[in-house]
Write a protein that binds this ligand. Structure first.
Ligand SMILES: Cc1ncc(COP(=O)(O)O)c(C=O)c1O
Length: 429
């Protein structure tokens, strides 16, 4: 959409036309002391709480109170197969087959469990490629995997960097890395949507390039899940992992998700760690059976899952299922496009959007680079109850989320941002 307009009337009109506008009422929006809604733009960090979450949690608390251990079978949603109730919706959101997806553990833990299987270095083919600005936890995880296998992390880690003076990654540079060092590279672990710049990379192309050099390819979808449509199955990546507390609104520290491509689903020979929960569920309770790994993503589980956290995930996934990613993504492109338009219309050279301008190369987040790393801008926004986040060295990340942000939220945010920027100019002159 290119016919955006700057006035408030345009924002009001878009909110009236928005077929998802009523969903905002289904979330708890944090408020200031006077009862006014905050302008919340940090769904990329912690998504807001759906009002139904409490009901879903209460159901499990009641069933625990009423049935004790029998809740595993007697609960309205029996706990024994509870994780299976999440699989279908989760698979749809990431474009996978149900056999490829499971909800379990947390993101960094899952990355390690996946690397146990898919990072199998040899003396000559052992290096790992990540983005130079990968999320620190991912960098620490791969460094520790290199160390664990007896390699020097400084030597074994290859960083895919933006070119000098640029902020974004170019696929051509990954191609060059693979052409020059592909024979030594065992694994590519790349953030599908970069946490810092908001750049959405072409996952399928990354998989094609990596596989051409016989590398395993894994994707961290923390900033992609519920935001963009990664089509994991078709992309042919070997594995992926994500958290559910950002765009999937499942609550602080909630469980993560894991994808293992169907082509690996029945490979019992893959090295992995095990516990009773990746043992064949038909014989799990016979207790004295030799280990028999389950097919598909469930074959990476270890423990029986925390039902309360899963109940919160179910509340959220049921909403995603109702709306569908196509509809959410459509609104998201329009809303973020509007935000991009308004920021550019300010024509203020103390800020610059570093996120790609092409809607196909970004999700909902825009990363605004602030000249001279002036953190006071972020502080003033927060004082005005505009919740964004600051990421060192110089970026304010702002994520208008299609489920609960409105065009008027975006309008007001930019209006206040403009005021703060013009106050700054006055005090400088
Ligand atoms: C890209 C990325 N990787 C890893 C993590 C760490 O997640 P967890 O604490 O759930 O392991 C995060 C958390 O925000 C993240 O954004």
């Amino acid at each position: 959409m290119s016919n955006y307009k700057t006035g408030l009337e345009f924002a009001k009109k878009q909110d009236q036309l928005d077929e998802l506008s009523h969903y905002r009422e289904q979330f708890h929006i944090p408020k200031d002391k006077n009862g006014n809604n905050w302008l919340y733009f940090t769904g990329n960090s912690l998504g807001l709480q759906p009002k139904t979450t409490q009901t879903y949690l209460q159901q499990e608390l009641d069933d625990w109170a009423n049935f004790g251990v029998e809740g595993h079978f007697e609960a309205k949603n029996p706990w024994m197969p509870y994780h299976e109730f999440l699989t279908g919706s989760m698979a749809k959101i990431v474009g996978a087959k149900p056999i490829e997806v499971v909800i379990m553990n947390t993101l960094t833990t899952n990355l390690h469990l996946l690397m146990i299987s898919f990072y199998r270095p040899t003396k000559t083919k052992y290096k790992i490629v990540i983005e130079s600005d990968a999320f620190p936890s991912d960098k620490y995880a791969v460094e520790s995997q290199l160390n664990f296998h007896g390699f020097d992390a400084n030597e074994g880690l290859i960083l895919w960097k933006p070119r000098e003076g640029e902020d974004l990654l170019q696929m051509k540079d990954l191609e060059t890395i693979l052409e020059e060092q592909g024979d030594e590279i065992a694994l590519l672990l790349i953030g599908g949507v970069n946490y810092y710049t908001g750049q959405y990379l072409d996952i399928k192309q990354i998989a094609t390039l990596g596989h051409a050099k016989e590398c395993m390819v894994g994707i961290d979808l923390a900033h992609g899940v519920g935001n963009i449509q990664p089509n994991l199955h078709d992309s042919d990546v070997d594995f992926a992992a994500w958290c559910t507390y950002k765009y999937l609104n499942s609550g602080p520290g909630s469980l993560g998700g894991l994808f293992v491509h169907e082509k690996h689903a029945h490979n019992k020979g893959l090295k992995r760690f095990s516990g009773w929960w990746n043992h064949n569920k038909e014989t799990r309770f016979n207790m004295r059976q030799p280990f028999d790994v389950m097919a598909g993503a469930e074959g990476w589980q270890l423990s029986n899952p925390p039902i309360l956290s899963m109940a919160a995930i179910k509340a959220s996934l049921d909403m995603f299922n109702e709306v569908g990613m196509d509809t959410l993504r459509k609104k998201s492109k329009k809303l973020t496009g509007y935000f991009d338009f308004l920021i550019n219309a300010l024509e203020n050279d103390s800020i610059k959007i570093i996120t790609p301008s092409n809607p196909e190369e970004r999700g909902c987040q825009l990363s605004i680079q602030v000249q001279h790393a002036d953190k006071s801008l972020h502080k003033k926004l927060t004082e005005a109850h505009i919740i964004t986040d600051w990421r060192e060295p110089n970026v304010i990340r702002v994520a208008p989320v299609p489920f609960y942000n409105t065009f008027q939220d975006v309008y007001r945010m930019v209006e206040i941002l403009s005021l703060i920027l013009s106050e700054g100019k006055e005090t400088q002159s």
